[in-house]
Write a new protein. Structure first.
Length: 149
């Protein structure tokens, strides 16, 4: 799965709202490039296939988020959306992927002086959402019991 960043310009401002499963690792498919208007930005990074967690998967997953954020910042985007990268067909355990996603995004936003003001995780189901909420609490130092969906 890959994340695709889209910027749609409208009178109300800039909005990131598009996430799609992809086919290539080199930016986006040719069909995407032909269909997009001048007001859209779409780029993608493929996450790793899960093997056993000892083949560099955590760093590869973190870099997928960092590289997407870096590109969004370079494009001046104010908002970006992510799926739970690699947790579908690539088999990455959701709990581990959620913590890597939250830590990677949080770390990037703290260190970089950038345009991004909103990061949205668009998740497939309630179980995945619960893992992301738990990971957010863990990273932020908030007790799990204090968090609610």
């Amino acid at each position: 799965m890959r994340s695709i960043v889209r910027r749609s310009c409208n009178p109300g401002g800039v909005q990131a709202d598009y996430i799609k499963a992809g086919k290539t690792a080199n930016g986006s498919s040719g069909d995407d490039r032909r269909r997009q208007s001048e007001s859209e930005v779409r780029d993608s990074y493929v996450g790793p296939i899960w093997h056993d967690g000892r083949k560099g998967e955590p760093e590869l997953l973190a870099s997928a988020y960092r590289d997407s954020l870096k590109l969004a910042a370079e494009k001046g985007l104010r908002s970006i959306s992510f799926p739970s990268i690699s947790t579908g067909a690539y088999g990455y355990p959701v709990a581990e992927a959620a913590e890597i996603a939250i830590r990677s995004v949080s770390s990037f936003l703290k260190k970089e002086s950038i345009s991004i003001r909103e990061v949205v995780f668009v998740l497939f189901d309630t179980a995945t959402l619960e893992e992301y909420v738990y990971a957010l609490g863990k990273v932020a130092g908030i007790a799990h019991e204090a968090l609610s969906l």
